[in-house]
Design a protein around this ligand. Structure first.
Ligand code: GS8
Length: 220
């Protein structure tokens, strides 16, 4: 298999897949990128992730690793000599995992409500979304990154949603920077890293994708 046996099954729209791309770039791991059509999934994807049938999947030496946060931890453990993503202290590691899990449990659902609904449901989604961002901003505090001085695991878990902010703001009539200035300053700081700026989707392309989805599902 090409690229030292590392293949990523992904879709450009996926903030989960972007996490994996950032982690691989931080580690300097070369890999083969395969774009999946989620409407017509490849046989390889169905074989490699038979349980969820979702991207991202990292295939390393022919064996699949599924679920983005698990993949990022796997990458950190396998390529452990370069740029640690998780802290070494067990308590700090537990904290990092807690916040990454919080992003998945709380942020993802709220943003879906803002992007895929309108009216009352969207208003509730907006409120929930801003509340979650404020909690995350509190967790960041005055630190440059969630883990302290260095870009790491929680930053990777969260920053990939930043490329959708333009769409949330447009559809939700939100000004995220006014609500959460420190969080936006953090996101911009993260975007200065090549691993992040090269992995995130173009916000305008993401916006167009949402326009298409909303039309398709009859929201607009
Ligand atoms: C989520 C992956 C996911 O939702 C992770 O990897 O962290 N918890 C998982 N993947 C979506 C695309 S991104 O919205 C997916 O593959 N969907 C295809 C489907 O549901 O059929």
């Amino acid at each position: 298999m090409a690229s030292h046996g590392v293949v990523l099954l992904n879709s450009w729209v996926s903030s989960f897949g972007m996490r994996v791309m950032i982690a691989l770039k931080e580690k300097g791991v070369e890999y083969e990128y395969r774009e999946e059509n989620l409407i017509d999934k490849s046989q390889l994807l169905l074989e490699m992730n038979p349980i969820h049938k979702k991207i991202p999947v990292l295939i390393h030496n022919g064996k699949p690793v599924c679920e983005s946060l698990i993949i990022v931890q796997y990458i950190d453990e396998v390529w452990n000599e370069k740029y640690p993503l998780l802290p070494s202290d067990p308590y700090q590691r537990a904290q990092a995992r807690f916040w990454a899990d919080y992003v998945d449990q709380k942020l993802y659902g709220a943003l879906g409500k803002v992007l895929q609904t309108k009216g009352e449901e969207q208003e509730a989604g907006k409120e929930e979304f801003v509340d979650v961002l404020k909690v995350l901003e509190g967790a960041l505090g005055e630190k440059p990154y969630f883990g302290g001085e260095k870009f790491g695991y929680v930053d990777i878990a969260l920053v990939t949603f930043y490329c959708w902010f333009y769409a949330y703001e447009t559809f939700g009539g939100l000004n995220i920077e006014a609500e959460c200035p420190k969080l936006i300053a953090w996101a911009k700081r993260c975007m200065e890293r090549e691993s992040v700026s090269k992995s995130l989707a173009d916000p305008h392309k993401a916006y167009d994708f949402v326009v298409g989805r909303r039309k398709k599902f009859g929201v607009d």
